[in-house]
Write a protein that binds this ligand. Sequence first.
Ligand SMILES: CC(C)(COP(=O)(O)OP(=O)(O)OC[C@H]1O[C@@H](n2cnc3c(N)ncnc32)[C@H](O)[C@@H]1OP(=O)(O)O)[C@@H](O)C(=O)NCCC(=O)NCCS
Length: 167
Amino acid sequence: MPDQDVEITIRPMDIDDLAPAYHLGEKLFTLSAFPNLYRIWDEYEIIDFFHDSSDYCFSAFADSKLVGFLLGTVIEKTKKRKYGYLVWTGVDSDFGRLGIASQLFDAFKELCVEEQVSMIIVDTQADNYTAIDFFTSKGFGDAQDHVYLTLDLRRDDDPRRPVREGE
Ligand SMILES: CC(C)(COP(=O)(O)OP(=O)(O)OC[C@H]1O[C@@H](n2cnc3c(N)ncnc32)[C@H](O)[C@@H]1OP(=O)(O)O)[C@@H](O)C(=O)NCCC(=O)NCCS
């Protein structure tokens, strides 16, 4: 258990944070029960976010250890409407329920307000109850169902299966 007096700091993500954030994400998103079906957590994901929208990426530290991060972006759908999209956020489970994800979210939200974003969107797996509780606690609602279908292209009898080298 972390010391309750541990000092938590939130700041914009820095290049030195990419490796520890990537490894934390590996623990949370690839080894956990909640992989995101349509986004894959790999090193390109965090590098792309940092490259394309670093203003909307934040890191959380407990003393000097990176214990959380948030990767977001802002999408301009039409000239009039901007949407904030919180794509990945995660906190080291040893530091859970200390308000760290809340502080990361507040930093992202504050920036969205400054940017005159009209709505923030998040998505998560339907059985990721922790994330749903977290987002609900931040005021999110109006959950929409979204159904993913899959077509397994490795099935031999599937006529659309691409022919692989050597076949
Ligand atoms: C979801 C997650 C980011 C929350 O991080 P956190 O730092 O523990 O969250 P906070 O301490 O800011 O919690 C704020 C509120 O969210 C809710 N909440 C957070 N964790 C919860 C849990 N395990 N069970 C129920 N509610 C929870 C509570 O309402 C909490 O307020 P409270 O502690 O005063 O009751 C973290 O559990 C996590 O990294 N999960 C795995 C990755 C993931 O699913 N990310 C989200 C999708 S990208």
